[in-house]
Design a protein around this ligand. Structure first.
Ligand SMILES: [Zn+2]
Ligand SMILES: [Zn+2]
Length: 253
């Protein structure tokens, strides 16, 4: 990666934004479309099973959806942290497909507002598909309360995770409509001012982008810095090596 841009900010070094934008592979677009189809087929089947079970299991709806909403913030945050912190766009397959969007978002935060529905959301569908597939084979009904709850929870969580990046995109949209503004101001959706904390160099906190509710909690317990220290200890990998450059990343250790 020879033609890095030196940003005006001290030792932060990032990849050229045009290079990142042009790195969206055509083959991954096909994978994304297939992932979205598989996602909607799986969730459609599960929704039908939930609908049939509601007369016996209606009381699971509220706790499963609330837990799904909170967990989608957490899971989205962990995936965002992993994508921001580790790996390189030069990795085969994963680099251009899955790591590149994270690097691009820090160099050009408004690029996401130009992405269509597939580019914005399909990677989240891809991540949710394996667990949805497992749920298709679990028993459901009043005699299987534990697995029923698990299916309800996974259904809501994956639906919310699917829209995590959409909600994130709206937090960067210059003039959201009044309804979106209401949801952002009430913190039901990620609030743009809250999200600005993540976009402050060196981009190492407030990774949760659905509601952002988990951000102060995870910051307070030093969740991500502790995890990074543990990973660095056992792998010698340098967190944010590519995102902000080696010099700045070493300073943060
Ligand atoms: Zn980020
Ligand atoms: Zn953002």
């Amino acid at each position: 990666m020879d033609d890095h841009n030196q940003s005006s900010f001290s030792e932060i070094v990032q990849i050229n934004k045009e290079e990142l934008a042009s790195g969206y592979p055509k083959w991954f677009r096909v994978v994304e479309c297939l992932a979205l189809i598989a996602f909607f087929v799986s969730t459609g089947i599960i929704l039908y099973r939930i609908f049939l079970s509601i007369p016996d299991l209606w009381y699971l709806l509220l706790p499963a959806s609330l837990l799904g909403w909170i967990f989608s913030d957490f899971i989205g945050g962990v995936v965002h942290w992993a994508g921001d912190t580790w790996g390189s766009v030069d990795f085969p397959i994963f680099g251009p497909a899955l790591i590149r969007p994270f690097r691009e978002h820090h160099v050009d935060p408004y690029a996401i507002t130009r992405h269509d529905f597939i580019e914005t959301n399909a990677a989240c569908a891809l991540a949710g598909n394996p667990i949805l597939f497992v749920c298709l084979f679990l028993n459901m009904g009043k005699d299987y309360k534990v697995t029923s709850f698990l299916i309800y929870f996974v259904f809501f969580m994956t639906i919310f995770v699917l829209f995590t990046n959409q909600i994130h995109k709206w937090s960067h949209t210059p003039n959201p409509n009044r309804f979106l503004k209401f949801l952002q101001n009430t913190r039901i959706f990620l609030n743009p001012e809250h999200h600005k904390i993540h976009h402050t160099v060196p981009f190492n906190k407030y990774y949760c982008i659905t509601t952002g509710w988990m951000n102060p909690i995870l910051t307070r317990i030093q969740f991500f810095p502790r995890l990074e220290r543990l990973i660095t200890k056992y792998t010698r990998a340098l967190p944010r090596r590519e995102d902000i450059g080696i010099k700045a990343a070493e300073k943060l250790i």
